[in-house]
Design a protein around this ligand. Structure first.
Ligand SMILES: CC(C)(COP(=O)(O)OP(=O)(O)OC[C@H]1O[C@@H](n2cnc3c(N)ncnc32)[C@H](O)[C@@H]1OP(=O)(O)O)[C@@H](O)C(=O)NCCC(=O)NCCS
Length: 160
């Protein structure tokens, strides 16, 4: 299997522009505002932001150290909630999302969390497939959870 070699590290304020660029590379998704990202990246306590940097073995990454994915999640002592995860479109299906998800799980376990939860658009079959590959199950629905366009969400959970 072709995989992208990445290092996952905590995000820095200076990574915000790149994080937004990656999120915007998925045109069909509803996008967060720059202010929302700024708030989350500056929030020190319970919100954790991680980025995946290419180690340079993937020719598509063009340069070593280029950020090719990110995840933002909320970590309490009982539950971790994934707010957003995205991999640069050109790097999808190369294992970058898996590296980020493994880090979420490891950090959540370290924090004492017993489960990871998230919401996902019902139409986002790619992301649902990704979460299912990680053992997440659909445990509920949230009516009209998303705007722009309005859509229901599936609630998904995975025990740790
Ligand atoms: C969802 C996302 C983060 C997955 O990241 P990724 O780096 O492509 O995922 P990986 O390469 O680590 O995939 C791991 C496994 O998940 C499953 N998977 C990943 N993408 C999938 C897809 N589009 N359809 C079905 N299964 C998928 C597969 O089992 C895959 O293993 P395989 O490639 O050996 O078959 C990425 O597709 C993405 O950024 N999507 C757009 C943003 C988004 O929708 N985020 C979710 C918001 S709720």
């Amino acid at each position: 299997m072709k995989t992208s070699s990445v290092t996952v590290r905590f995000a820095d304020k200076k990574d915000m522009e790149r994080i937004i660029e990656i999120e915007r590379s998925w045109v069909h998704l509803s996008h967060w505002s720059v202010d929302a990202y700024r708030r989350l990246l500056n929030e020190s306590s319970l919100t954790v932001s991680l980025v995946a940097e290419s180690d340079g073995f993937d020719p598509g990454a063009r340069q070593s150290g280029r950020i090719v994915g990110f995840v933002i999640f909320h970590a309490t002592e009982s539950t971790a909630e994934i707010y957003n995860i995205a991999v640069e479109r050109g790097h999808a299906r190369l294992g970058v999302g898996s590296a980020l998800m493994r880090s979420v799980i490891d950090l959540s376990l370290d924090n004492g969390a017993r489960k990871v939860t998230l919401e996902v658009r019902k139409s986002n079959t790619g992301a649902i497939g990704f979460y299912q590959a990680f053992g997440f199950a659909i445990t509920g629905e949230r009516r009209r959870y998303y705007s722009n366009p309005v859509e229901d969400a599936f609630l998904m959970e995975r025990d740790l």
